[in-house]
Design a protein around this ligand. Structure first.
Ligand SMILES: [Zn+2]
Length: 165
């Protein structure tokens, strides 16, 4: 499982436009398919876990909750070591109903980058997407150059042209 992709796709999996909710985890069948696409088991425990951790992570990323809301997963995360001919092998022992959440939170924690997070909300007006910025400068502003980047540039150009006239 690619944990960064899991995390990013998860927090971007529910978008609201007007009165319409587009939720990739909305019904159980779609949620199971989403989990299988991301290499996770797709039992009821994982579906419930993915929905719960998504709400917590989105609230933290939007600054609407402190990272204390992630504690139930962090407390549940555990692994044990097994000695093999190649050295120690770490085996994830996190309970099934916290494992998807644990993976996503572990990726989120790695992206905190000493207080300059590499995961954050897209800056385009009205955009609900989040982005992961692995660039050296870590100053990407839009989740997609094709959509939000170009739209914002056009908007600013229009504002400048209007101010100048
Ligand atoms: Zn965007």
């Amino acid at each position: 499982m690619d944990a960064e992709r899991l995390l990013l796709d998860l927090v971007n999996s529910r978008l609201v436009s007007g009165g319409d909710v587009h939720d990739e985890l909305g019904d159980d069948d779609r949620a199971a398919e989403w989990l299988r696409d991301h290499g996770a088991p797709a039992e009821y425990a994982q579906v419930a876990d993915a929905r719960a951790v998504r709400a917590a992570l989105v609230a933290v990323l939007r600054g609407e909750a402190s990272d204390a809301v992630l504690e139930p997963w962090i407390r549940a995360m555990t692994r044990t070591a097994r000695l093999t001919a190649d050295g120690l092998e770490w085996v994830d022992q996190t309970p099934a109903d916290r494992r998807v959440g644990g993976e996503a939170i572990a990726a989120w924690a790695r992206l905190q980058n000493g207080g300059r997070p590499r995961i954050r909300a897209c800056e385009a007006e009205g955009c609900q997407h989040f982005l992961i910025d692995n660039s050296r400068s870590n100053n990407r502003r839009w989740h997609s150059m094709e959509t939000c980047g170009n739209r914002e540039k056009a908007r600013r150009h229009y504002a400048r042209a209007k101010a100048a006239s």
